[in-house]
Design a protein around this ligand. Structure first.
Ligand SMILES: [Zn+2]
Ligand SMILES: [Zn+2]
Length: 232
């Protein structure tokens, strides 16, 4: 394996906030354009405006705050790349609360980077309550899905309609799952369509993308249906 030394100078543009120009703290990403900022910087910005500070995309006319998400992966990268940032930030936060005589809200969480996840990924929160320890993809976000045969089509229902899988899984993965269950043959996945709200889903969409774009305001599980492929 070849190890390369990369100067922080080259990485800095990717791990700094375009608003405060400091290293990202509570990295929070606009789900529409994937630009990342400090949570506090972005929230402050969106109290006045509805556009992304980097690319000026209109995030949402009236509720831009619903289209941002805590980005644990990015924050972990920043903390790994910038020694002492996490420690200094924790010190600074504790000091902030101590000066104001307030309890430190993160006192009970031993890992700083996990502390904000649950309020952002509500669906993850929902899905983690049951099988917390039996999940092989625990580190992935999970999505609960109700997967049914589209009414009126000639494909039968599966025995287990409720499934739970990584949000990184794609629509193609689901098609293969259905093909395996219905025909005992993965290869037949190309003969299946998957739909959400009766809208055909692209094969490369991840379940996270489907959730964020099609099911954001609805309760879990994410309801999907399958039918024989229709060629247009
Ligand atoms: Zn910032
Ligand atoms: Zn943007």
């Amino acid at each position: 394996m070849v190890e390369r030394l990369i100067s922080l100078k080259y990485l800095n543009p990717h791990i700094t906030c375009n608003i405060c120009k400091g290293y990202l703290i509570d990295a929070t990403t606009v789900t529409e354009c994937l630009h990342t900022f400090c949570k506090s910087c972005l929230v402050k910005h969106l109290e006045e405006r509805n556009t992304c500070p980097s690319c000026h995309l209109i995030i949402h006319q009236s509720h831009p705050l619903n289209y941002i998400a805590y980005d644990r992966t990015m924050q972990d990268i920043v903390y790994k790349l910038v020694p002492n940032l996490q420690l200094n930030e924790q010190k600074r936060e504790r000091e902030f609360y101590r000066k104001r005589g307030l309890p430190y809200p993160k006192a009970n969480s031993n890992s700083y980077s996990n502390s904000n996840d649950k309020d952002v990924y509500k669906y993850q929160n929902e899905s983690n309550t049951n099988e917390e320890n039996s999940d092989y993809h625990r580190s992935d976000e999970q999505v609960n899905i109700l997967l049914e045969s589209q009414s009126g089509c000639n494909l039968k229902q599966m025995k287990r309609k409720y499934i739970r899988c990584s949000s990184h899984a794609t629509v193609t993965h689901l098609k293969k799952f259905v093909a395996k269950k219905l025909f005992n043959n993965f290869e037949k996945y190309k003969e299946i369509d998957i739909l959400c709200n009766d809208e055909l889903l692209g094969k490369d969409h991840t379940l996270k993308f489907v959730w964020v774009t099609r099911w954001r305001y609805k309760d879990p599980p994410l309801r999907l249906s399958y039918r024989p492929k229709i060629d247009f």
